[in-house]
Design a protein around this ligand. Structure first.
Ligand SMILES: [Zn+2]
Length: 447
């Protein structure tokens, strides 16, 4: 059956002209809005307070009238019944088949209810991703994560099975055992955060004397959870370490898996416009940006998610439409360079706007530096201070002076800021298994 699909997981939807995609999105938007209005007390209140009824949405442009929701609201509703989801829930509790939650890195976790239909929808959305990244039924896919309350790669797991891949769950194994199992079974693909992709390669080389690029059979790696796979220098490091193609995907527990890179690697990610409506809003004026190139924050709607609908969610992710098309033939619009920042992550240091991803881009561009680094922003008197901790690769210590010169120079060019640099012995900075916490702003925590 898979052969009939050819190049695309969904040959019809992934090649629809934009005006037809928009017509489909409008139809689905009206349906989910009506669903939420009827079944979720939270959404009903929200829309009634705004004087909006589902029937008011007639044209695509009318969608802009619909009130937005934010993560803070999702947390607040959890105080209401039914426990533990609150009244954003749009199905009776007995239809809920799975509990998930966000990682809570930016506050109280958001609880997410899934019905069986929602879970099918999750795996379907991941099928678009994996198929576009070349996963087929002959692949043996390793999942190096334990089963837990985070949705993370479990939707990827189910999607890989749905595609007919053979899935190897490597959950309870430690990092070294996972690498040995991948080697023994000649696995062809795996999924992980960029931090762990680099961490596993590091462990393979230094603890097992295995060169992942030569001694393992991995051909493709799907990343999630961090922006690394869309940061060109980090992507290059991962691809070199594994001798494999590294692809990005972006998703979130409260939204779904909404975008993916394809095998053409055009420099951006396709938005899955069949399942999601993505709008980009100018952060200052609130206007919707439809032209390429201009950055704004993403407002997103999951068009088919029913248990806890995600309608006009202000994600705070900063994105921009790409000004190029993709050679793969998909008509789904591209966002250039993935998520380029978080509206609440971009912080002012010494009066200059700083995105943590810019520092990563520079550190990973200098080949004599290790993969790990840490940034600590603090205040000395009235002056902001940025401390950057790095590791120099073994054997390159003698070149420290030239390395630091290039590092400082590049940081100044890319971020317009000066840094205090601290060199740490190789292997001494913290290693992370899932998402890394490399950026610390002590000004916010009073440190
Ligand atoms: Zn493409």
């Amino acid at each position: 059956m898979l052969e009939e699909r050819g190049l695309y997981w969904n040959p019809v939807l992934e090649t629809l002209p934009q005006e037809k995609i928009q017509a489909l999105q409008l139809k689905k938007f009206r349906r989910i809005l009506e669903w939420a209005y009827k079944n979720s007390p939270f959404y009903c209140r929200l829309y009634q307070d705004a004087g909006l009824e589902p029937g008011d949405i007639k044209r695509f442009e009318d969608i802009q009238r619909v009130p937005k929701i934010e993560k803070g609201m999702m947390r607040e509703v959890q105080q209401r019944t039914p426990f533990p989801y609150g009244d954003m829930l749009s199905v009776p509790l007995e239809q809920v088949t799975a509990f998930r939650q966000t990682s809570g890195t930016t506050g109280t976790p958001v609880y997410q209810a899934e019905t069986w239909q929602d879970w099918e929808w999750w795996s379907e959305s991941w099928c678009y991703i994996l198929y576009a990244q070349g996963y087929r039924d002959i692949d043996r896919v390793f999942i190096p994560f334990g089963y837990n309350i985070f949705v993370a790669f479990w939707a990827g797991h189910y999607a890989a099975e749905k595609l007919g891949c053979e899935v190897v769950p490597g959950g309870v194994l430690d990092t070294q055992a996972r690498i040995l199992k991948m080697q023994e079974l000649r696995c062809t693909a795996f999924m992980a955060t960029p931090t762990y992709v680099l961490g596993m390669a590091d462990a393979a080389r230094n603890k097992l004397r295995i060169d992942p690029a030569k001694d393992l059979n991995i051909q493709k790696i799907t990343c999630a959870g961090e922006p690394g796979a869309s940061i060109p220098t980090t992507k290059k490091r991962m691809e070199a370490a594994w001798g494999a193609k590294v692809y990005d995907h972006i998703g979130a527990t409260e939204i779904g898996a909404w975008s993916y890179e394809c095998t053409e690697q055009p420099g951006g990610l396709h938005v899955n416009q069949a399942l999601f409506l993505v709008e980009i809003e100018d952060i200052e004026t609130g206007e919707i940006i439809t032209d390429p190139g201009k950055e704004g924050k993403m407002i997103i709607t999951a068009l088919d998610r029913i248990a806890k609908p995600c309608i006009k969610f202000d994600s705070k992710d900063v994105i921009r439409w790409a000004d190029y098309e993709c050679d793969c033939g998909r008509t789904f619009r591209l966002i250039d360079g993935g998520v380029v920042g978080r509206a609440d992550d971009i912080t002012k240091v010494k009066g200059v706007l700083l995105a943590p991803t810019a520092i990563e881009e520079v550190v990973r561009s200098i080949s004599e530096l290790g993969d790990e680094y840490e940034v600590v922003v603090s205040k000395k008197g009235d002056v902001d201070n940025i401390l950057l901790k790095i590791e120099i690769l073994p054997g390159k210590e003698g070149e420290q002076k030239s390395i630091l010169f290039r590092l400082k120079d590049q940081l100044r060019v890319k971020t317009n800021l000066g840094y205090q640099i601290e060199v740490h012995p190789f292997g001494s900075l913290p290693r992370y298994e899932v998402k890394a916490k490399r950026f610390k702003d002590l000004r916010k925590t009073g440190g």
